[in-house]
Design a protein around this ligand. Sequence first.
Ligand code: PLP
Length: 369
Amino acid sequence: MKIPFLSFDATNERIGPEMETAFKKVFDSKWYILGECVQQFEKEYAAFNKTNHCIGVSNGLDALHIALRVLGIGTGDEVIIPSNTFIASALAVSYTGAKPVFAEPNPYTYNIDPSKIAGVLTSKTKAVMPVHLYGQCCEMDAIMKICSDNDLYVVEDNAQAQGSSSNGKIAGSFGQINGTSFYPAKNLGALGDAGAITTDDADLAAKAAMLRNYGSEKKYIHESIGFNMRMDELQAAFLSVKLKQLANWTKERQEIASWYDKALQDTADLILPLTADDCTHVYHLYVIRTKKRNELQQYLNGKNIGTLIHYPVPPHLQRAYRELGFKKGDFPIAEDIADTCLSLPIYPGLSQSDVEFVAEQIKKFFKDA
Ligand SMILES: *Cc1c(COP(=O)(O)O)cnc(C)c1O
């Protein structure tokens, strides 16, 4: 028995012929950049995400970077992000010249703790970037209230949580402008790099569409120092095929998570993922915590069960951010999560017996320990 951390076997098999048709359509169209397929996917993703506009871009990091830029965020500004996020959230802020400011997460939902935001507000704070980490939508009502009370923008990092929601409203539709990623391993993944911006604001959408394409609306006429951050026609065509499957794949992920929940409850010191009231979880990752994380990971590796750590080093302790001057102990919740978290296999096609096998090995580890 071998259970990899991630496998595309089942999903690829289900959509193989449709993906080949999509490839042939783009190949034969002989139009490979910013054509009908990107336009079509943008329409479909905007409808899925219940926003007026979607702008297809090169990847999730570029989506977040452009989103912050079109809000006018730059040098001298501060943007609040969770202390336990993937590095891309921080990098997008840094690219604009602004400073990432960290707020601690709730240790059980792993999402930014709304009550910790007030403590790091300064006169320079311009925006909050809630990250819907591991697939769970943040507690957005509380975050939106803090931001409207303090005149701050909200830019959601929705790379991991397409289709999740808070109080019935879908992730990626709360902020003035938001970013998501279609990196292959994400819940909606391209066959390469891709990302998108979502917004209800027509003006911000137009600015974002220009910035991704050399600051140009009319060919060879440039309004601003733009970028080449476009989504490929080919990736858009593939994403249109996969978007139709996303709701089913999400249901499958949620069912797998419920099998883990059931099989692993009351196991030694294991902390299982908790979903906040009024929020939903699309289980991009199924993350457990234990003080014996390293030993457990090694044990599972020996049983041919793949696991990963999301993430082993929080942004404030990365060498890339040494100039911010933080040291170990400055964000104890993020550091504790980094030291104890372990992501178990979860993907469409993982069977109930696979999950039970993984759970059995985990229980055996604790019994023998
Ligand atoms: C994947 C990811 C990104 C960046 O997406 P890319 O497409 O890899 O650039 C940003 N934020 C989070 C939380 C992510 O997981």
